[in-house]
Design a protein around this ligand. Structure first.
Ligand SMILES: Nc1ncnc2c1ncn2[C@@H]1O[C@H](COP(=O)(O)OP(=O)(O)OP(=O)(O)O)[C@@H](O)[C@H]1O
Ligand SMILES: O=P(O)(O)OC[C@H]1O[C@H](OP(=O)(O)OP(=O)(O)O)[C@H](O)[C@@H]1O
Length: 210
């Protein structure tokens, strides 16, 4: 039988995912010595694909990967046509609305501009607030937007709070908690149910040993 294929978010989530797989007993040698290779065998029952966060979702939704490890932020922004089966407990951070320190973001009736890498999350968050908001999509270092006068505030990820602090910004409201999730293609879960359920149970167990 061909190995299960798991898409794994490159970067911040990579190390913790590999550590989790190693606690189960998977041989992740190929990932440690990957060079520029992107599809890597992890034992003979699993193969890991390294991808950008949003692409992990694309690969799992299209069924070219059976499973994926991706942040809840990316799931909230990019879609839900898959099963989210496990909170992996690492990659913890928060979505927050942040603004220049001391600014009264919710005061007055003037329309507001929000800069964000996550326009869908920001739009959903403001939907219930009955405010006149314009959204501007920024690809990175979103904290720059209010400093440059492009926006009144940002919706972004906050982990330690250092980036906000060092740039004179503060959290106005926390939107929600974020952590890494294990996602599964809907057809794979039916067609390879036993194998996937075994892997999910192993990952759940290994998570407790972290
Ligand atoms: N401080 C943090 N900043 C950003 N993401 C974090 C942080 N802490 C944990 N994460 C999680 O790690 C995931 C991957 O983040 P990472 O910065 O590696 O890649 P990225 O933000 O998608 O983009 P890029 O590769 O362009 O930097 C995020 O989607 C989020 O779930
Ligand atoms: O609260 P902190 O611990 O300071 O972390 C939060 C920062 O980290 C992320 O940026 P990242 O480093 O991924 O760079 P980017 O903005 O270019 O995506 C996020 O977008 C914040 O800027």
């Amino acid at each position: 039988m061909k190995p299960l294929r798991m898409a794994l978010t490159k970067g911040r989530l990579e190390k913790d995912t590999v550590a989790l797989l190693e606690r189960i007993g998977y041989d992740c040698e190929a990932v440690h010595n990957k060079g520029r290779k992107l599809i890597l065998p992890v034992g003979d029952r699993l193969e890991v694909v390294l991808a950008k966060a949003a692409d992990v979702i694309t690969y799992v939704e299209h069924g070219v990967c059976d499973l994926g490890v991706v942040g809840k932020d990316t799931i909230m922004e990019n879609g839900t046509s898959f099963y989210e089966v496990l909170d992996l407990g690492f990659g913890r951070c928060k979505f927050a609305l942040a603004a220049p320190k001391g600014s009264d973001f919710f005061g007055g009736y003037a329309s507001r501009t929000i800069a964000t890498k996550y326009p869908n999350v920001a739009r959903n968050y403001f939907e219930s607030k009955a405010m006149d908001i314009r959204f501007i999509k920024i690809e990175g270092s979103v904290e720059l937007a209010p400093l440059l006068g492009l926006s009144d505030a940002i919706v972004d990820i906050v982990e330690t709070g250092t980036t906000l602090k060092e740039n004179g910004l503060e959290v106005v409201e926390t939107i929600c908690d974020i952590s890494a999730r294990l996602i599964v293609n809907t057809a794979s879960l039916k067609l390879r149910k036993a194998e996937i359920e075994e892997l999910v149970a192993q990952m759940e167990q290994a998570k407790k040993q972290a």
